[in-house]
Write a protein that binds this ligand. Structure first.
Ligand code: TXA
Ligand code: MG
Length: 362
């Protein structure tokens, strides 16, 4: 760990005005770092990834060390071409072919049986491997330059929200990795949907932008890991990473459900109580109700009818609350969108984790 902390982290910015030669050169340089066994954080359309050579066990070991991540929590292997998939999995089920046709490149990760070429260090000791072809064009070019197989968890310290801006990556990873690629295009803001395709019926292990409805539109029946919609389930989540308490802000986060006016009244009362005690309070509210809130820090989650705005900003808000030394946070519930199994389900899944499942009904 000591050694990691002394490292110099190079920040490479790729802007809209860069020529394609410049972009090629910068990414070739980043690719070289990966080939030599180093680590590079890079943007994807979901969140920033912390990349290393997926076929090099030493690179995977370094990823776990840089993140402070338990090494039983497997990494996603990122590829840039469909031909790369055949090399790292035992078989490609028919359902996976259809899903890849429909959603790759894009925010979908699929779990396959692992080929022997993928080291145990990358799969956290499992006989399966998670694979994703990201939609962000710079991510794919970088993966090609890096040799075709980039293992990448989200580029945050373990337990912090996934980074959606390069400055979040700098906060968490400066001094711990070789390079950070800073570029636009992290549009979605929540991690990819994970689907296990090793069984007869595909099963969602982590909800994301690609919803159950979108998946079943392509392959028919799609199951969902019970732990996603039933927090009281005694089962362990099938994606090892889903069992860890993630995305926890320093302040205590509570989700408030109920009729809008009651929600506003309750949150304002609580905020007034805390602030009278000198404790800063934060609120995540929808645009429709925003003018009615009073607290030290009020964040605009966008319209209630559109989950994409809150998804894009949720992790930024959680990090800002930490920077602002907020002790208590209240968030409106997005539960209506949760039950229609749209993208709102992924938002609620992350929000509930951040809140440690604390929900108050008013
Ligand atoms: O959008 C994303 O998926 C981002 C970007 C960088 O691509 N990556 C990401 O990686 O979110 P990470 O490591 O933060 O989350 C990967 C999740 C973990 O919950 C892990 O347990 C699960 O995928 N996972 C990985 N391999 C698995 C496997 N073989 N079986 C079941 N779950 C697996
Ligand atoms: Mg993560």
């Amino acid at each position: 760990m000591e050694q990691l902390l002394k490292m110099e982290t190079k920040i490479v910015t790729i802007g809209k005005n860069d020529s394609s030669e410049d972009v090629e050169e910068k990414l070739a340089c980043a690719g070289c770092v990966i080939r030599r066994g180093g680590l590079v954080a890079f943007p994807t359309e979901t969140v920033y990834g912390l990349g290393g050579d997926a076929l090099n066990p030493e690179s995977s070991r370094k990823i776990y060390a840089a993140k402070g991540r338990p090494c039983d929590n497997p990494l996603i292997v990122h590829i840039a071409d469909i031909a790369a998939l055949e090399q790292i999995v035992c078989e490609i089920p028919q359902t996976a072919k259809k899903l890849a046709d429909a959603f790759w490149p894009g925010p979908l990760t699929m779990i396959f049986r692992r080929a022997a070429i993928v080291p145990h260090q990358t799969t956290g000791g499992l006989d399966t491997v998670a694979v994703r072809m990201p939609g962000h064009p710079l991510a794919r070019l970088f993966i090609r330059k890096a040799g075709g197989y980039v293992a990448a968890p989200s580029a945050n310290l373990s337990g912090k929200p996934s980074p959606t801006l390069a400055k979040h990556v700098v906060q968490d990873m400066d001094g711990r990795i070789d390079m950070i690629i800073d570029a636009e295009g992290v549009e979605i803001g929540l991690e990819s949907t994970i689907v296990d395709v090793t069984g007869e019926i595909p099963m969602i292990l982590r909800p994301g932008y690609i919803t159950q409805k979108m998946l079943s539109g392509v392959v028919g029946a799609v199951d969902m890991d019970v732990t996603i919609y039933d927090s009281s389930s005694a089962q362990a989540p099938k994606a090892p990473g889903m069992k860890y308490r993630h995305y926890a802000p320093k302040g205590e986060l509570v989700i408030v459900e109920g009729e809008p006016q009651k929600v506003v009244r309750y949150i304002n009362q609580q905020a007034a109580l805390h602030e009278a005690e000198g404790k800063r309070t934060g609120i995540i509210g929808t645009e429709e109700l925003l003018p009615e809130y009073h607290a030290a820090s009020v964040k605009n989650a966008g319209s209630k009818s559109d989950s994409t705005t809150i998804a894009r900003q949720l992790y930024t808000f959680l990090r800002e609350f930490d920077d602002e030394d907020v002790s208590y946070i209240y968030a409106e519930s997005f539960a209506e969108t949760f039950t229609d199994y749209g993208f709102g389900q992924a938002v609620m899944n992350r929000l509930l984790k951040a809140a440690g499942h604390k929900v108050i009904r008013v």
